[in-house]
Each structure stands twice: as C-alpha cells, then as structure tokens.
Design a protein around this ligand. Structure first.
Ligand code: SF4
Length: 284
C-alpha cells in the first residue's frame, strides 16, 4: 500500500461578511506512485533489451494452443483444454515465486488505472527514457483495448525507443492497425513492431488482415519445410519484415507430442536457451 505524503500546508481564509459563513477545507493526500517492474534480458535475450511481463495465461484471453497458468499463491500449473505446447513463461512462474510476484505486481497496478491515459502515464513513469528496445510481454498479453492503447501512447511519447511484441490479441491490434502497422511494414507509429503469434482463438484475422506472424515449430527442419527462419534472439521480432518461426523450448506436458519433440531436440544437442548458448545480438 502506498504511503500518503505528509507535507503540511497553511491555509488562510479571509471572509468579509455580516452573516455567518462556513468554510470547508478538503485535503487530498497525493499518493506516492509505485512503479511497474521491468527486466533486462532473459535466458534467450540480450541484457540490452528491456522486458515487461504480466502473469502468463491470466492476461491472455485469446490464447489456445499454448495456454497454461500458474496459480498466483501456490504456483501450481494448469494447462488449458487445447494445450499443444506448454507456455514457457507459466512454467517459470511455477518454479519461481519471485517471478510470479513481480508479474502480479504489474498487473495489479495496471488494473488500478481507470483509463488508457492513466496506464500510459504509469508505464512512462516506470520505464527508463534511455531504453533502446522494449519487449512488451516477455510473458502475458494485451488484456484490454485500453491497455493496448496505453502502449501505443507510450511509443508515441518515446519515439527513440523500439517497442516490439508478440500477441494473440488480434482484435485489439486490428482496430489500431493504422497506428501499429501490419508487422511487415510500420504504421503511423513506426517504433512499434508487432507480430501475431499463431495458436490463438482469432488466428483467422492473420490472413484476413494480412498480419505478420510467427509460429512455434517442433524442429529446425519443420521451419525449413515451411520456409521460415527461426528467431533465436528476437532479432526478427524487433524489426519489421517476414514471417518467422520460434523453436519449442521449456518443459512440456508428459506424453504429449511437444514432450517427444523436446526430447528429440535435446538428443540433437538443443538444450533450450541460456547465457552459455545465447546468440550474440547486435543492438544498435
Ligand atoms: S499467449 Fe504467451 S504468455 Fe500467454 S499463455 Fe500463450 S505463450 Fe503464455
């Protein structure tokens, strides 16, 4: 809970009147702003990239193939009914209570805002003006139009920062396509780079509105067959351009096709992402 500031103010009231006058003084304590929490890099990403995270699954109303959620208190993981591969971000929340707390902290603060303007101000107050690249949602997704619009406002105020995101919230994107572009080419706010993440409830909008997209593949050869480059370090995601693929990683539901694919990847020498095998990224 934020503590009210304890500054004192003297109020003098002079009244020129023959009749009795009542004067009321109202004091509105200014609340100290609690900032959102941002991160720098992750197991896959260069430390120069600023990341922002919300609780996985809980903020992804249109997630389908990837939907998993970690319970806020216990961390117990539940897979959605259509899960084909488990959300890596939810697995992290399951394993690390501090990660869970930090993501819920962000969501709680955003939910307290009453408008897109308020959310945008909160983000601007919390985000370094020197951030070069911001990955909006290392975990989580756009949970409302106001929230989506808040990030668009933030990008307009910070034209030197590149804001990039993967999203399944395609109805929110389509309504603002003129501003954020289609992912292949920029829109009116050129420092936003969006990518549609296949596997959600509104995938049909990708074709209908010609949106740049990415999909999770179970092997490099699957990506090759689809004619897609695999993005190992977000270098594709942070620049406008062609569709691309992401390689499956993280722990997968036992007995699933994804679990068999993950084992095959491990047998082939791919152990996921980490500092030791991170691909060096040129961040300009
Ligand atoms: S949309 Fe992203 S964060 Fe949400 S459940 Fe799917 S993979 Fe996880």
């Amino acid at each position: 809970m934020a503590k009210p500031r304890t500054n004192t103010t003297e109020v003098r009231v002079h009244v020129n009147s023959q009749v009795r006058v009542n004067v009321t003084v109202q004091v509105h304590a200014e609340q100290e702003r609690v900032p959102l929490r941002f991160g720098q890099g992750n197991a896959k990403l260069n430390q120069a990239i600023t990341t922002f995270s919300l609780p996985a699954g809980w903020t992804c109303p249109t997630a389908k193939n990837c939907l998993s959620k970690a319970d806020r208190k216990t961390g117990i993981l539940t897979d959605g009914p259509h899960v084909q591969f488990r959300c890596y971000a939810a697995s992290m929340e399951c394993r690390r209570p501090s990660v869970r707390r930090s993501r819920w902290h962000n969501l709680d603060l955003l939910r307290r805002c009453r408008s897109a303007d308020e959310m945008a101000q909160l983000i601007l107050d919390s985000l370094s003006p020197f951030a070069g690249y911001v990955r909006v949602h290392d975990s989580g997704d756009f949970f409302s139009q106001d929230y989506f619009d808040a990030w668009v406002q933030v990008a307009q105020v910070r034209p030197k920062t590149t804001f990039y995101w993967y999203t399944k919230a395609l109805t929110l994107w389509v309504r603002r396509r003129h501003l954020v572009g289609d992912g292949y080419e920029p829109g009116a706010v050129p420092n936003i780079v969006p990518t549609a993440s296949l596997g959600g409830a509104h995938d049909y909008l990708i074709r209908e509105h010609r949106l740049r997209s990415t999909r999770v593949v179970f092997s490099e050869s699957e990506a090759n067959d689809l004619g897609l480059a695999v993005d190992h370090d977000d270098s594709h995601a942070m620049t406008h351009g062609a569709n691309f693929a992401l390689l499956l990683h993280g722990q997968q539901p036992a007995g699933s096709e994804a679990a068999r694919a993950a084992r095959a990847l491990r047998d082939a020498g791919f152990y996921g992402y980490g500092k030791s095998n991170r691909v060096p990224l040129t961040v300009v």
